[in-house]
Every structure is written in structure tokens, then in C-alpha cells.
Ligand binder design. Structure first.
Ligand code: FE
Ligand code: FE
Length: 308
């Protein structure tokens, strides 16, 4: 029996998926709205609300960027010509062009009542540029022991806003895959989570979300992004009465070969879900997988491991 194809279906099946997608310009506002919605009745509600407020400030930074130097366009071009991530975090973080973004964040964020948060903000405010650079480099390199955990969400938020702005601001952006599937082609940072798309010619495809610049890149499904194995992968979700088996909007893909896992958001089962907020709202799943001996390699820059 033959089936008529609509013109857009023919086009969809004849084109390769886009390798990367830029974040929508209202990404941080979306994160804020999701976090505030998820906070209601959640055991970590206060924390989710605090991060939600922080994402709202990130959106304001993106909408009205602070006066700050931009990365040298010649170097960006040179990186692209050599197939390197143009916004490579390890060199750009040393440049310090992100520092005005932290200043602006500290200025625009209205301090909540919690003394611990006020103390963290004061520490960041009073720190010299060199000290901030040392912390930022430690955070982006995954060396969490070298950065006070209370500073992480604020430092991470400022870095994300700066890199996202630079990403959206780059003319004629061309990206090529890195040697590791888990590495962002735009800035070289590790993925925070994956999203399974549900619409149009990207329906059913997996895109990974960068922990830093928020770029998304395509990686085939049912493949461990850390060791490239496909056999024996398991999918785990938190038991909730809202979702039947195989319907959970957030599942962890865990690998029996390298004992790593990655969280995946299935938009088909929750069209308004978003990776960063979904990740922070399901830290109980991380605890469970940790107890089962699985290692989380995906950073969330608004959370210091072990300090929910
Ligand atoms: Fe990135
Ligand atoms: Fe693996």
C-alpha cells in the first residue's frame, strides 16, 4: 500500500539534520519560568526559586548586555579554519572578557534574605579579578574542590550569559564535531544533558545542550556519549504516578561499559520541558544513580556537586 508524502516530509527525509542549533533568544527566561513552576511543592523549592531568579537576571544580561570587550574576531576565524571550537572556554576564560558580565550580574541580582547567599555575593563582589579568574577556570575545568561551592551558581550564571551572548553574536558561524561526542563544538565544554526533539524534521533526534554556551549539537541516539558504546544502555527515571513506563519526560541513559550516565529530556512527553531546569528538579535521580555506582560527568554550572 502506498502512502502519499506531504512536500515537507519529502524535504525532511532528504536532508541531513542540522549539526547544531543556536539557543532561542529567550532561553534564560524560559528556564526561569520553568524553575519557578517546578519549585511549587518541590523538596528543593527554595533552591529552584533562587536559581530561577538567577536565570531571570541572565535573560536581562542577554537582552541588555553590559559594556564589555568581545572576543577577537581574527582568533574566532582562525579557530574555525582549524576546526577548533571558536569560543574555546580554556583560553577565553583567561582573557577575562567575561568579567564585566559578572559585575553586571552582581549589580542586577536583588539579594535574597538568606545570609549564606548574601555572604557568597559579598565574597564574589570583593574578590580581585585574578581570584575570580582562578575560580572560573576551576569551575569550567570541573575542579570543584578549588572553587567555594556557594559561589558556583552566580559565577556559572555570569559565564553562561557571556558565552551565550558571544555565540548568538557570531557572524557566519560554522561548527565541526569535536573528537568527543560529549564536547560542545562551539566552546569545547562538556554537555549538560540531552534533548529528544518532537517537532518537524528534528522529531526523534537527540541534541546535546552545552553546559556553558547553551549551543545544541546533534548526536545519534542510543549511544553512550562518553565511550561511544551502544550495547546494554539502560534508561532510568524517577518513579512518579504522573507518567507510565516509557513515558517519563526525563530519563537517564546509563552505560554498563564506562559506568557514566547522561540525563535526557523527552519533549514528546512534556513539550514545555527544558534541560537545565529539568536537571535541577531531578537531583534525586542523580543520588540514586550515584548509589548504584554510576558517575555523573555532565556539569550543571548552577550547581556545585554535592551541594543541592
Ligand atoms: Fe558550548
Ligand atoms: Fe559509556
Amino acid at each position: 500500500m502506498s502512502r502519499m508524502l506531504e512536500p515537507q516530509q519529502i524535504q525532511a527525509s532528504s536532508t541531513a539534520p542540522d549539526f547544531f542549533n543556536l539557543p532561542p533568544p529567550d532561553l534564560f527566561g524560559h528556564r526561569a519560568a520553568r524553575l519557578h513552576a517546578l519549585a511549587a511543592g518541590h523538596p528543593l523549592g527554595d533552591y529552584l526559586n533562587l536559581v530561577g531568579d538567577l536565570c531571570q537576571v541572565q535573560q536581562s544580561l542577554l537582552d541588555q548586555p553590559p559594556a564589555a570587550p568581545t572576543p577577537n574576531p581574527d582568533r574566532l576565524l582562525l579557530c574555525q579554519q582549524h576546526g577548533l571550537p571558536p569560543l574555546a572556554f580554556d583560553s577565553l576564560v583567561r582573557d577575562g572578557a567575561w568579567q564585566p558580565w559578572l559585575e553586571a550580574l552582581l549589580l542586577r541580582y536583588s539579594r535574597p534574605a538568606q545570609p549564606a547567599v548574601q555572604q557568597a555575593l559579598a565574597t564574589l563582589h570583593d574578590a580581585a579579578a585574578d581570584q575570580r579568574k582562578v575560580w572560573a577556570l576551576a569551575l569550567l575545568s570541573g575542579q570543584y574542590a578549588s572553587v567555594p561551592s556557594a559561589l558556583v551558581p552566580f559565577l556559572g550564571a555570569a559565564l553562561q550569559a557571556a558565552w551565550c551572548h558571544w555565540l548568538l553574536d557570531m557572524p557566519s558561524l560554522a561548527l565541526t564535531p569535536c573528537s568527543s561526542l560529549s564536547q560542545c563544538p562551539a566552546c569545547g565544554s562538556p554537555a549538560m544533558a540531552g534533548v529528544i526533539r518532537h517537532r518537524g524534521n528534528q522529531a526523534g533526534l537527540r541534541y546535546l545542550v552545552c553546559s556553558l554556551c547553551t549551543c545544541q549539537w546533534h548526536v545519534v541516539r542510543v549511544k553512550c556519549i562518553y565511550c561511544d558504546q551502544s550495547q546494554g544502555l539502560q534508561y532510568t527515571s524517577l518513579a512518579t504516578d504522573r507518567h507510565g513506563p516509557g513515558q517519563a519526560p526525563l530519563r537517564a541513559e546509563s552505560c554498563p561499559h564506562c559506568h557514566s550516565y547522561l540525563k535526557l529530556v523527552y519533549l514528546e512527553h512534556d513539550a514545555s520541558a527544558e534541560a537545565l531546569s529539568a536537571d535541577l528538579a531531578t537531583l534525586a535521580l542523580d543520588l540514586r544513580l550515584d548509589q548504584e555506582g554510576y558517575l555523573r560527568q555532565a556539569p550543571n554550572l548552577l550547581l556545585a556537586p554535592g551541594n543541592a
